[in-house]
Write a protein of this length. Structure first.
Length: 590
């Protein structure tokens, strides 16, 4: 299973059409060279006539693969997951119709700090003259040829349009530095002819992020205030988030844990910020969806050292109870209790705090996390009690009990990367333990239904590990064409579709009484999904199709799935429509 069979397609420049000059180094070549230097070896693409000079350059550019996607969300979700696992990604889109379609995915990347270079092109100088002379509306345009860039300004660090090759190299460099410094998307378009215009070659040295240093006195004040809170605490706890992983601070986090001796947990979005092992990790904290022991430790803590966490409304109970007890360091600055230090960087604060712990004879403390629940826990305790007498029925928790046991028993957790959109499965999956660093990719803050299936391609290409995706059937239906992209690129990602024919997570928050037994308790009509023939769909898209209805069938299918190397696998997991996992029941009850 370690062989994820990632397609590494090579191209021969000799096959390039005669219309493409191999002698001229262009603006497109400059951008591609810079991306390659930053370890972007795959670019996700939707073709288009305006952007043809870039896409033609991409097709014959040595060392960067073209990953043709089926639609814009497919391409942009894949780019997002690629950026999370590789550090940077790029997606090439057509003006207007494509960029607008991809906007949702790029917005999620903005919120969850995933650096994507969005590449496009607009009507050129000649077309703009024609518009001015004859009032012509060019295709894909709203009439405002700057609207794409203006809209993307809301979800990018910077959005630019190049009208000439003059100064293009410098502007591209600045844009890429913005992306890798802020770990957020950027947008670049050119007048359509500019991508093919001549450009100088870049230096051989890759671009590097900007380094911002904190004012010395502000940093000292922040650390002094935080240290006062930490040293007075009797039950301190570290709460780690995704920004630690995005900004390459996981090693520094581990040093702080070792030097302090504190127990630690993570947010859902930050799950797998470190390898999930050892006696300091209590498990992931996902508010009411958490394992009971995790909830108890978090609520009992009297100082929560929160590092790189994006605090969403999933954590309202936590933030209301712990605001005054928090020491928070993130990309917006530092807060210690009610004192804020906006110009102190997270890295500087973490380094200074590490120095305090290292110098203090009081640390590390001898704290030890409670043992992780042993199989079949925590799944058995959270499985819907309605099905206790029917052990062969697959519930959400039984699915995770058996798949996680299989992965652990076969030592496969090191070889996979999990992807999740917002769904009941995502919250149940937060109870998993033993994942490797960076192997849990989720839309836990933006909370996009369908992200998981589109993300599978980018997660596998970016990480070199096999994508292990669990989707709701509603989410899968939104971007099912992504299965074709996986097959086209011979990626053996596994897509488990939890098939209950309803938007279960939506119904939980609309009216949870619908899950009660009996015909008088019904789902709202807008949460009912159509019935699909998943095996036929898998065959049509070139994937392996499997259907499991019982626990025994699931256990029999897992070894078969592990052996598949050259195509994606779509597994329909039939679960009861009214299965309500304990994790979701507690969340819905809040």
């Amino acid at each position: 299973m370690a062989d994820s069979n990632i397609s590494n397609k090579s191209r021969s420049i000799a096959t390039a059409p005669a219309s493409i000059s191999t002698a001229t180094f262009t603006v497109a070549d400059y951008l591609l060279t810079r991306l390659k230097q930053l370890n972007v070896t795959d670019v996700f693409q939707i073709p288009g006539d305006y952007v043809k000079h870039f896409t033609q350059a991409l097709e014959y550019f040595d060392g960067v693969n073209t990953i043709g996607a089926i639609n814009e969300l497919d391409a942009a979700y894949a780019a997002d997951a690629y950026a999370r696992t590789r550090g940077l990604a790029a997606v090439s889109l057509q003006f207007g119709v494509s960029t607008y379609s991809a906007l949702n995915a790029i917005a999620g990347a903005w919120v969850e700090r995933s650096p994507i270079v969005v590449i496009s092109a607009t009507p050129g100088a000649d077309m703009r003259d024609i518009t001015d002379m004859y009032d012509v509306l060019f295709h894909h345009s709203t009439g405002d040829l700057n609207s794409d860039r203006a809209i993307y300004e809301y979800v990018t660090v910077k959005a630019i349009t190049l009208s000439t090759n003059v100064g293009a190299a410098e502007q591209i460099d600045e844009l890429l530095v913005d992306a890798i410094t802020e770990k957020r998307p950027v947008y670049i378009a050119c007048y359509k002819e500019v991508w093919g215009q001549p450009c100088e070659r870049p230096p051989a040295t890759p671009l590097k992020p900007r380094v911002t240093r904190s004012p010395e006195l502000a940093l000292r004040n922040a650390v002094d205030q935080a240290w006062a809170m930490i040293t007075q605490a009797k039950s301190p706890l570290i709460f780690a988030g995704v920004e630690v992983l995005r900004f390459g601070l996981s090693g520094l986090l581990q040093k702080i844990i070792d030097a302090s001796g504190f127990l630690y947990t993570t947010t859902t979005l930050g799950k797998s910020v470190l390898d999930e092992q050892g006696d300091k990790f209590i498990g992931t904290y996902s508010d009411a969806a958490s394992i009971e022991a995790v909830r108890e430790i978090v609520m009992a803590s009297d100082c929560v050292l929160t590092l790189g966490a994006i605090i969403t409304d999933d954590y309202l109970t936590f933030i209301e109870a712990k605001y005054a007890d928090m020491v928070l360091a993130d990309t917006a600055g530092v807060r210690a209790g009610y004192f804020k230090y906006g110009d102190v960087t997270m890295r500087d604060f973490m380094e200074a705090l590490l120095a305090r712990f290292t110098a203090s004879k009081a640390y590390p403390i001898k704290a030890k996390a409670p043992p992780q629940p042993k199989y079949p826990q925590p799944w058995a305790a959270n499985s819907d009690p309605v099905y206790d007498a029917q052990p062969q029925i697959i519930t959400y928790n039984r699915f995770f009990a058996h798949t996680m046991k299989f992965l652990q028993d076969k030592d496969l957790l090191k070889d996979i990367v999990m992807t999740y959109g917002v769904s009941s499965s995502m919250y149940v999956a937060t109870n998993c333990y033993g994942l490797k660093q960076g192997s849990f990719v989720s839309s836990a803050a933006w909370q996009c239904i369908g992200f998981e299936t589109g993300a599978a391609c980018g997660a596998q290409l970016g990480s070199g590990k096999r994508a292990w995706t669990v989707a709701g059937d509603g989410g899968f239906m939104m971007v099912c064409q992504s299965l074709s992209t996986l097959a086209r690129n011979q990626l053996n990602a596994v897509i488990f579709v939890m098939s209950n024919q309803v938007y279960a997570i939506e119904q939980v928050y609309v009216d949870m009484s619908a899950f009660k037994p009996g015909p008088k308790h019904k789902f709202d009509a807008f949460d009912i999904l159509p019935k699909w023939d998943y095996l036929a769909l898998a065959k049509a898209f070139g994937a392996e199709g499997i259907r499991v209805e019982t626990v025994d069938e699931l256990n029999a299918a897992l070894p078969r799935i592990a052996k598949i190397k050259d195509k994606p696998v779509l597994v329909e997991v039939v679960i009861p429509q009214k299965d309500l996992p304990g994790q979701m029941y507690r969340l819905g009850s809040e």
